[in-house]
Design a protein around this ligand. Sequence first.
Ligand code: GDD
Ligand code: MN
Length: 358
Amino acid sequence: MKDMLSIVIPTYNEKDNIAPLVERVHKALNGHEHEIIIVDDNSRDGTIEIAEGLAARYPVKLFVRREEKGLATAVIHGIKQASGSVIGVMDADLQHPPEVLPAIVKAVEDGADMVFASRYIKGGGCPNWGLFRKIVSRVAMSIAHVLLPSSRRVKDPMSGFFMFRRDKVAPEKLKPIGYKIALEILLVGSFDNVVEVPFIFEERSAGQSKLRPQQQIDYLKHVFSLMARTGELAMFLKFIAVGLSGVVVNMGVYWLLTRFGGLEAYDYWAVVIGIEVSIITNFILNDTFTFAKRRTGKSFMGRLLKFNLICLAGAAIQWGLFMFFTRVCGVYDLLSNFIGIVVAFLWNYFVNRNWTWK
Ligand code: GDD
Ligand code: MN
């Protein structure tokens, strides 16, 4: 590869891992111009002294932060210090095997501008994980895939092992909370060609994981922040506003038809017409306002049909939940109906967002 490579490695108390790691990274990148940027948050176990020693023998640059702490900000710090035009990021604890680097570099050479080392494609995995950690990881991934649909470009947006072209993202735009820096870069950057390369997430060879329950909370905050910054949240709020306007239309049509439209004796038809008219006005508003930026190149009638189907299914869901909660669980009817409305609303939003305006 013609480009210089900068491998950014955040460390916190990794004294037993850092030397074998640097040695293996250096070996794996043999033949490519590279530097290894270690960003340490003032480890107390001797990591810093060992890294200083490594800097004499390998192309290692060490940065020690004394004021700030945290994995994601450490990585950004490293990115800002990097001289390479291609930047790789990996953990220090050897859970990310450096021997995967050549395959990642190859993907960049073949035209990718971001590469994820992935546990969730064929050939990847985390064989040493217990069921609980597997579930936590899958749930976290699904949250990203549903709430931040652009993250679906990769199967493993949670990976901490990745590489990207530096000119595709402005470091000052990165504002991650917690651990998921690759997710942040993927959604904030402008990448045209994102690919995944499989890897096996090894067992930690020494020291301890810094993952705490606080990180799960940080993760949710981070997803919310990304929703706000990528426009997902604005779409959600607009969809709510449009939905409320639909209630007015729905009621208004019913009122007009039964009072002035000659359907006094056919109120059940007036309800049906009110529903359908409000679905159509909701569709037009969502198409021109909520999802205006997402309409490119697809047919108006196709979208209208999808929207209509999804909303009717939503109504069926609301009805089903109402019956279930009132008849089976004995829940108060107004509360049952409210639960049905909320679930049907979420259904309408997410399915339309990801299918009608995908
Ligand atoms: N500088 C710095 N500051 N480094 C840190 C900090 C910090 O506050 N916290 C952790 N690190 C370093 C560790 O030394 C290690 O090199 C790396 O960041 C990952 O930390 P671990 O504590 O080993 O994280 P993990 O194994 O639980 O999580 C890893 O796997 C996840 C996927 O399950 C990370 O790669 C995550 O990014 C990834 O999502
Ligand atoms: Mn780890």
